[in-house]
Design a protein around this ligand. Structure first.
Ligand SMILES: Cc1cc2nc3c(=O)[nH]c(=O)nc-3n(C[C@H](O)[C@H](O)[C@H](O)COP(=O)(O)O)c2cc1C
Length: 187
């Protein structure tokens, strides 16, 4: 038996993306965004609108996108419930560390394991939806999340996921199979 549940975005899991920008006074702002995805080999699209972050991107034409990890779940959530427009020392209150990206006019938050450094490309508007598209000009990662071939090891990221059904964060679980591999037995 199945049950109709009505209309809501039933996508699971959602990422926990940390969008970092510079404010007008050079202060660091970070917001939490679940409505974001890769949309090309060198592009991300973020459905973010009406935030201090949007104003910052309009001005600086740049932002960084980091993957939040389990060690920083409190900071990640805080970045989603406090606005840099209202709380001027929003970032400073977390005690996290920001350094200027070598590639774009945006900060890199050192504690997050993996960060995409993006230049603003365009804002796509459709019915009730506004998506900020960025071009990834570099990815920077903490060395401890790399394997011995220098590639990102997803298990080492210790990333968190957003559950919009229960409004909770989960840690990424175990591997279930190889992509482009597990289905081969059915071919
Ligand atoms: C789990 C979570 C996910 C969120 N995802 C989004 C999102 O995808 N798009 C968006 O516009 N706001 C999202 N928000 C809300 C912003 O993060 C929040 O309004 C934040 O305070 C904006 O910060 P700013 O004003 O400093 O830019 C999310 C908040 C939480 C807690």
């Amino acid at each position: 038996m199945r049950k109709d549940l009505g209309v809501f975005p039933g996508v699971f899991p959602m990422p926990v993306l940390m969008i970092a920008t510079y404010g007008e006074d050079g202060s660091v702002d970070v917001m939490n965004a679940a409505w974001g995805t890769a949309c090309g080999m060198d592009k991300v699209a973020l459905c973010i609108y009406g935030h201090e972050t949007n104003k910052n991107i309009d001005r600086t034409k740049a932002f960084t996108v980091a993957i939040a990890d389990a060690a920083h779940v409190a900071e990640a959530d805080y970045f989603g419930i406090v606005s840099g427009g209202k709380v001027k020392d929003k970032f400073a209150r977390t005690g996290l560390t920001a350094t200027r990206s070598k590639w774009v006019n945006a900060p890199v938050i050192e504690e997050f394991p993996l960060t995409m450094e993006c230049e603003y490309v365009e804002t796509v508007n459709t019915e009730g939806v506004q998506c900020v598209v960025g071009r990834i000009v570099n990815v920077t990662a903490r060395e401890e999340v790399l394997n011995d071939r220098g590639k990102v090891d997803a298990a080492k990221l210790d990333a968190i996921l957003f559950d919009q059904f229960g409004r909770k964060y989960y840690k990424v679980g175990d591997e279930a199979g190889g992509a482009w591999k597990a289905g081969k037995k059915l071919m």
